[in-house]
Design a binder for this molecule. Sequence first.
Ligand code: HEM
Length: 516
Amino acid sequence: MDLSILTMTILSITLASMILALRILQSSKVKIRLPPGPPRWPIVGNLLQLGPLPHKDFASFCSKYGPLVYLRLGNVDSITTNDPEIIKEILLKQDDAFASRPKTLAAIHLAYNSGDVALAPFGKHWKHMRRICMEHLLSTKRLESFQEQRRQEAQFMVSSVYRDAMHGKTINLREVLGAFSMNNVTRMILGKQYFGAGSAGPDEAAQFMDTTHELFWLMGVIYLGDYLPFWRWLDPYRCEEKMRDVEKRMDAFHVRILEEHRRRTKVVKEGSKDETMDFVDILLSLPGEDGKEHMEDIEIKALVQDMIAAATDTSLVTNEWAMAEVIRNPRILKKLQDELDTVVGKDRMVVESDLNHLQFLRCIVRETFRMHPAGPFLIPHESLRPTKLAGFDVPEKTRIFINAYALGRNPKIWDNVDEFYPERHMTVDGGRIEISHGADFKILPFSAGKRKCPGAPLGLCFVLLGLARLFHAFNWYPPKGMSEKDIDVNEVYGLTMPKANPLLAMAKPRLPSHLY
Ligand code: HEM
């Protein structure tokens, strides 16, 4: 064949293929009807429209464009919603389409390459790991077996506040509540506590706390490298480098924990010591996936890290918000203490069996979740396949930002959205107040469907017990020189949404001294 004919043929075929490809692309684009959303820039999409509080930016997009909004974040399709019906559709009716997680750099570096539960994609490994947590850490029987430890930690917390109160010291409630959550969690999981008498050495405790704080922070960052590949390459804020550093330190910590437990198991087997089993002991004794004799170390480390991260910060953040809102509102504090005095009395401390009878306290917790949900976007989900939602198309691998913050402040479903008013949750017949989402999906503290929080009963127990003890045992006031309304309610964004500034307050004991 003549060279010019060959060239012509190649050119014609290339041109024809290009026209065909363009037609296919156009026709597929015509068919796709994405939800409405703000105009976007080339390459970065809507990323530049997000500030330090993205849950508020997303909320204002919903006010402007409707209950379901499409955003293009760099090269990632994303949707956000604040509407109960759409949320129900995502989490319940189309659960099988929306139950996955995106593979973020945090999942790679801080969750053993998505080898955990919370950041794992939907699939066999996730199911296996989740079942282990449900059966061996979060079953009713296991939770009951740790009840005495929770009582001890509640008493330790009250006693430490009492000591400071008697010396007229200002109490840093973030520290107090953080120690309560962390000790409870590490006692269940690692068999040791990091605060107070009998705790791990001060160096180990300080190191562990620093590293876990960094871990929480890095897990919450909306890292541009997840949306723009070139950003990952530049990494101007050295964010990925920090992730790698925390990954290394956390891993070294887990290696030590596993060694300690293996040594101890040997001693227990030899019969010289009787120990109750913590979660790590149990994980070390379980068979692995696909008929393996044991779980792999990496799986144990991923689960332990997940449980500590998921359980500690969520309950601390919720408790700090609830305390801040109640101390800002003396009327609510008085009403709560009246309830505590009626149900519990003043001659003993609150115990767990009281918690179901404290309806006003339960309303306070519900109201706290409405205004300050621990997870403003839950943990972002990802769609597994293309689907339809509220009449619009949602492509495969779309990132789903369910805005629990904007749901709780949605003026279409709540009145006076910025007022902390627990009474709005009272039932007409005075019945037990449910703290989960309920049928109307007007709040979403623990999510719903396949990825709903498996630790909700335990998390609620930490929250209700911690608050009941502190409000029953003490009167609370703002620090000297401040009034109630000076207590700020600003938040910072992260995987959880804590108060921007630690809550400081003064406490005055209100029960007989021998109870402390
Ligand atoms: C007040 C306390 C807590 C709150 C508010 C809370 C809230 C949440 C939320 C909003 C999610 C995301 C659900 C979703 O993405 O759809 C979640 C997931 C999760 N939570 Fe909790 N949580 C709390 C306590 C706990 C505790 C105590 C544990 C365990 C010890 C725990 C373990 C988990 C795990 C493993 C996941 C991931 C589930 C999955 O992806 O399958 N949480 N939690």
